[in-house]
Ligand binder design. Structure first.
Ligand code: NBP
Length: 487
């Protein structure tokens, strides 16, 4: 093949993400070769490149033809289902690749798989990147947030491409070299954990406004539209407003009320919580959102529990609380509670990233991470610009909670935050995310906690020793003997 006809880059795996990212890359003027195990998807992508373009995209039906159609050193993005399909795709493609070529896995991959594959690729002289891609179908097509980690040399080979295809915000493209090893996948995983937290908090705000405040879907749409013009401005608030406006084409009212209350999930939220536990980082808001997804899955059990507890005498308190409510005040309180809860949730996510960065020596730049999340991805929000500036001012900040500006905002909002949580608790409306955030705030900000008692208990039954507040050293006391002697 003539060098002039070779593509600049290749992409294998043409489901939702791959197809749209390939078209995005081609649209930006980078000739691209595409391949998929099931070849009908290759033809589908070619058709789209022709009708939406024409764009410089060529389709290939065998791994060999695909690889040989790319200019050297070759860069090949893989967007297939995470896990074994990635290994199988790498095996099929790498057979035809040469030393110096690069494999870029754009899937939601477990970071340790990426670290294993980096070593395997290096053994063949290949370079490797694990690149988190966020923004779903729309982001992939028009500008995602990209989180590439692994070989810096490989990153430099594709820097011009990813900087063009990523979402663009006021301070640059939503992509940066994240760090070595599996850091790109890890950062994407925590991004998803934060996304779980955001979605949970928004659903709680909806629950309180609907079931305590009595707001209709039309009113909710209006409120979320209004919130999207203020400090909460974000993709998730914007799409939530849209959701409330969609009518049910099969019946009365809005579609949102007809959706079964059972959430799906693909595992990145669970990994985030597992990693938080591994690293001894408290992430209660993210964990609460995961637990809520698990509980939502128990639909039949919940329906049964509602019956059993009603028979046991539990009364639905919601209506009773709803009658004496100042709607305007409630809406404003919920907005403030949501914002303050969100700060705590992001504090947890960023602290998890910091702990991992220290453990792995990744040297993550938190200001840059917040910046590349400002556009393209699901958690994109105006608020991330604030987080970026906070970490630019102080890269070693212990927690977002103690940044002077965020601290002030939380203090200003705490009365509203406590009112919402209190009201929800008395109405029997569970707000596990808001409660977890508030408890996190109240635990973190207290100079003294009641765990002196826990330490005493541990020392009593396990001789684990304790430290004292007034003198150094480890102490053990014969608690039971002393307590019973003093009787
Ligand atoms: P899927 O995760 O649904 O995977 C489908 C693709 O994997 C198809 O191209 C399929 O080929 C290929 N594949 C499978 Br399945 N097994 C294979 C094997 N053994 N060998 C070769 N190819 C195989 O696609 P997606 O939803 O586009 O997501 C791709 C990646 O991006 C995933 O890691 C996902 O978690 C991540 N992601 C998705 C989103 C989203 O919004 N969907 C957002 C962000 C990240 P076939 O056509 O021959 O079956």
């Amino acid at each position: 093949m003539e060098a002039a006809t070779l593509s600049r880059i290749g992409l294998a795996g043409l489901a939702v993400m791959g197809q749209n990212l390939a078209l995005n890359i081609a649209e930006k003027g980078f000739p691209i070769s595409v391949y998929n195990r099931t070849t009908s998807k290759v033809d589908e992508t070619l058709h789209r490149a022709h009708t939406e373009g024409p764009y410089p995209l060529t389709g290939h039906h065998t791994p060999r033809d695909f690889i040989l159609s790319i200019q050297k050193p070759r860069s090949v993005i893989i967007l297939v289902k995470a896990g074994a399909p990635v290994d199988q795709t790498i095996a099929a493609l790498s057979e035809h690749m040469d030393p110096g070529d690069t494999i870029i896995d754009g899937g939601n991959e477990w970071y340790e798989n990426t670290e294993r594959r980096i070593v395997e690729a290096n053994n063949k002289g290949l370079l490797y990147l694990g690149m988190g891609v966020s923004g779903g179908e729309e982001g992939a097509r028009n500008g995602p947030s990209l989180m590439p980690g692994g070989s810096f040399e490989a990153y430099n080979n594709i820097k011009d491409i990813v900087e063009k295809v990523a979402a663009q915000v006021d301070d640059g493209p939503c992509v940066t070299y994240i760090g070595e090893g599996g850091s790109g996948n890890f950062v994407k995983m925590v991004h998803n954990g934060i996304e779980y937290g955001d979605m949970q908090l928004i659903s709680e705000a909806y629950d309180v406004l609907k079931n305590v405040g009595g707001l209709s879907n039309a009113e909710l749409a209006e409120i979320f539209d209004e919130w999207n013009r203020g400090e909460l401005e974000s993709f998730l608030i914007e799409i939530t407003a849209d959701i409330f406006k969609v009518k049910d084409e099969h019946g009365e009212g809005e579609l949102v009320d007809k959706i079964l209350d059972k959430t799906g999930m693909k595992g990145t939220g669970k990994w985030t919580v597992q990693q938080a536990a591994e690293l001894s980082v408290a992430a209660p808001t993210i964990a609460a959102s995961l637990d809520c997804r698990y509980l939502s899955g128990l639909k039949d059990e919940r329906v049964e529990a509602a019956k059993v507890l009603e028979e046991a005498g539990l009364k639905e308190e919601v209506g009773a609380v709803g009658t004496g409510i100042d709607k305007k005040q409630l809406i404003d309180d919920v907005r403030q509670a949501l914002y303050a809860s969100k700060i705590c949730s992001y504090a947890q996510g960023m602290n998890l990233l910091r702990a991992k960065s220290v453990e792995k020596n990744w040297n993550l730049n938190f200001g840059e991470l917040a910046r590349i999340w400002k556009g393209g991805c699901i958690i994109r929000a105006v608020f991330l610009d604030r987080i970026k500036k906070v970490y630019q001012r102080n890269p070693n900040l212990a927690s977002l909670v103690v940044d002077p500006e965020f601290a002030k905002e939380m203090v200003q909002r705490q009365a509203a935050w406590r009112r919402v949580v209190g009201l929800a608790v008395s109405a029997g409306i569970s707000t596990p995310g808001m409660c977890a955030s508030l408890a996190y705030f109240d635990t973190y900000r207290r100079a003294r906690l009641p765990v002196n008692l826990v330490q005493a208990q541990r020392d009593l039954f396990g001789a684990h020793t304790y430290e004292r507040v007034d003198r150094p050293g480890a102490f053990h006391t014969e608690w039971t003997k002393l307590a019973r002697k003093s009787k």
